[in-house]
Write a protein that binds this ligand. Structure first.
Ligand code: GDP
Ligand code: MG
Length: 595
């Protein structure tokens, strides 16, 4: 055990975590030059394209130091706020962390929130300043920030570059010499912390864990504490580039287990695995059921694809336990599902995966958060869909979720950012200077306001320099109104939203304007109206037109004409017939794109 080092990498997105991890794997000969494909850890196509790590993974390296062979387990963590619970579990499985800060960017919001998590778990922090090869690197300034944040010495900060390989050896030395070996008793009752799981179509769910105490052997009968389910350990082993089976693993080791688990719901990140015969007295602390916070309707464009959509979502859920769904129906859209997501990015990823992996063309409705509705009778109902709101006369009050957000910015954007947060009903909690020209702002903001366009706006007003991170904080009473949209007099339930009464008028007007832009002109006039209850608060009209796209082809170019017709047909596929009006897919997300 004294030759094991378990560590993770914490970094703000794009600061070079994956690239540096690749260098570590290369230098330790964990992967050959031949196999080296950029960013090995991000092995889902979508992850590689978007350059983000969605699921955390683990990999074992071997490293020779003073004649001793060390086992280094790198536990990769996802970099986006939507997945922060997974980060916290990965961190809990480590004794140390590389803190990577981009030398051209400095400390950002996710750097700090993940760092706090690591410090809470008593991890040894090794600060690394990455991208030192770039001309725009500001080593002195960024060093100041790191020293200020960690209270470390300047000499402890390693200067590195994932591109040139600078500092990689120094990082490996620091992992061995500065990070403590895991502690734990191999003879004690088994306690394994699950920090991740993946779905394999041949082998079922593979759970990744760190053994805190005890020893697990192939064939053991084990129990997952949170679910109380029992399994036989068909195969256990360690994670190299591939899975490498072992007969037994003990305290301090990081490994995997395959035990015929069929769905990801049975494996919960943060849960404890123990033996059925000699169970541990208590589960590892800190297990939390992750609850989706953002909900949206997902509907097939073609009604007959409903069952296909169900099986596609079920398959996605096999390897993504944080995705929830239940059937719902909409007057406008027919039969579909109300899906729950961890956040907006998660929602986008699911929508994209449905399209790519299952060829499912779907309409996603306006996302909303989950509300707590208190009735006059004293009941509390969780509402995941504005159209599921009880009759207004039965409602005593409604509570909405608030997040605690951290925004880090240069001081010159401070005014604009405070105005933005205020406009989103944010309450300033604290303001801290990280260095002379960088500030961290702590705000409490309704999650419902963030869901829409907060992040995009923040990026644009700060020219991309402000960063943002958040976690769920509490529920608070709010004055909310249900805003309905009507097309030619018919309410379109899929376009309804709950909004703060003070914003309802503006939102209604802007929704109508945006929909006017997005809905193509048709052979009759279309009235778009926004209403609160029976009261119409805004209206726009789309004037009729006779549509003949081939007219501008002058009859000559047949192939161009055919292409145009095909394009039009395709365009049609992304349309939904609502009453007499054809509405394009993107109109349902109009509310997200208001400027
Ligand atoms: P992650 O989001 O933290 O995993 O960041 P990535 O490893 O995906 O890197 C983000 C971007 O920065 C990619 O385009 C990398 O090629 C680039 N990058 C990473 N490290 C370095 C470095 O040391 N120098 C330079 N010049 N570019 C780097
Ligand atoms: Mg990455």
């Amino acid at each position: 055990m004294k030759h094991i080092r378990n560590f993770c990498i914490i970094a703000h997105i794009d600061h070079g975590k994956s690239t540096l991890a690749d260098r570590l794997l290369e230098v330790t000969n964990t992967i050959s030059q031949k196999d080296l494909q950029a960013q090995v850890l991000d092995n889902m196509d979508l992850e590689r394209e978007r350059g983000i790590t969605i699921k955390s993974h683990a990999i074992q390296m071997e490293y020779l130091h003073n004649g001793d062979n060390y086992i280094l387990n790198l536990i990769d963590t996802p970099g986006h706020v939507d997945f922060s619970y997974e980060v916290s579990r990965s961190i809990a499985a480590c004794e140390g962390a590389l803190l990577i800060v981009d030398a051209t960017q400095g400390i950002q919001a996710q750097t700090i929130s993940n760092l706090y998590m690591a410090i809470e778990h008593d991890l040894e922090i090794i600060p690394v300043m990455n991208k030192m090869d770039m001309d725009s690197a500001m080593p002195e300034e960024v060093e100041d920030q790191i020293v200020e944040l960690l209270g470390c010495k300047r000499e402890e900060i390693i200067r590195a570059s994932g591109k040139t390989g600078l500092g990689v050896d120094e990082i490996l030395e620091a992992i061995v010499t500065r990070i403590k070996p895991p502690v734990g008793d191999p003879e004690a009752p088994l306690q394994c912390l699950i920090f991740d799981s993946v779905f394999n179509s041949f082998r079922g769910i593979i759970a990744y864990y760190k053994i805190i105490n005890g020893t697990i052997s192939k064939g053991d009968l084990v129990k997952f504490v949170a679910t109380q389910k029992e399994y036989e350990a068909d195969e256990i082993g360690v994670l190299k580039l591939d899975m490498s089976p072992r007969t037994s693993l003990s305290a301090g080791d990081v490994g995997y287990i395959i035990s015929g688990i069929k769905t990801s719901k049975e494996v919960k990140v943060g849960d404890t695995i123990t033996h059925v015969k000699r169970p541990c007295e208590k589960a590892i602390a800190g297990f939390e059921e992750v609850k989706p916070m953002v909900f949206a309707g997902v509907y097939p464009i073609e009604t007959e694809d409903f069952e296909d959509l169900r099986s596609s979502i079920e398959k996605l859920q096999l390897n993504d336990a944080s995705l929830t769904f239940e059937p719902e129906s909409s007057i406008a859209l027919g039969f579909g599902f109300r899906c729950g997501f961890l956040g907006l990015l998660h929602m986008e990823i699911i929508q994209e995966r449905l399209d790519r992996e299952f060829d499912m063309n779907v309409i996603t409705t306006v996302p909303n958060v989950s509300y707590r509705v208190f009735t006059k009778k004293g009941d509390m109902i969780e509402v995941h869909n504005p159209s599921g709101l009880p009759d207004i006369t039965l409602i005593d009050h409604i509570e909405e979720p608030y997040i605690r957000a951290s925004v880090i910015t240069q001081t010159n954007f401070l005014g604009a950012i405070m105005t933005l947060c205020l406009g989103k009903r944010g309450i300033l909690i604290k303001q801290d200077y990280i260095s002379s020209n960088r500030v961290e702002l702590i705000y409490d903001i309704p999650l419902g306001e963030i869901v829409f366009d907060f992040y995009d706006k923040l990026k644009s007003i700060s020219k991309g320099y402000a960063s943002f991170d958040y976690h769920m904080h509490d529920f608070r009473e709010s004055k909310l109104a249900k805003l309905d949209i009507l097309l030619n007099g018919e309410p379109v339930d899929a376009l309804s939203s709950l909004t703060h009464v003070d914003n309802a008028y503006t939102l209604g007007r802007r929704m109508c304007e945006k929909l006017k832009e997005l809905i193509p002109r048709q052979q009759f006039d279309i009235a778009i109206q926004a209403a609160i209850g029976a009261k119409i608060i805004a209206r726009e009209t789309i004037k009729a037109v006779r549509k003949d796209v081939t007219a501008k082809c002058y009859g000559g170019d047949i192939s161009r004409k055919r292409k145009l017709l095909e394009k039009q047909k395709k365009g049609k596929k992304k349309m939904k017939q609502i009453g007499s009006v054809e509405v394009p897919q993107k109109a349902f997300l109009a509310v997200l794109k208001l400027d």
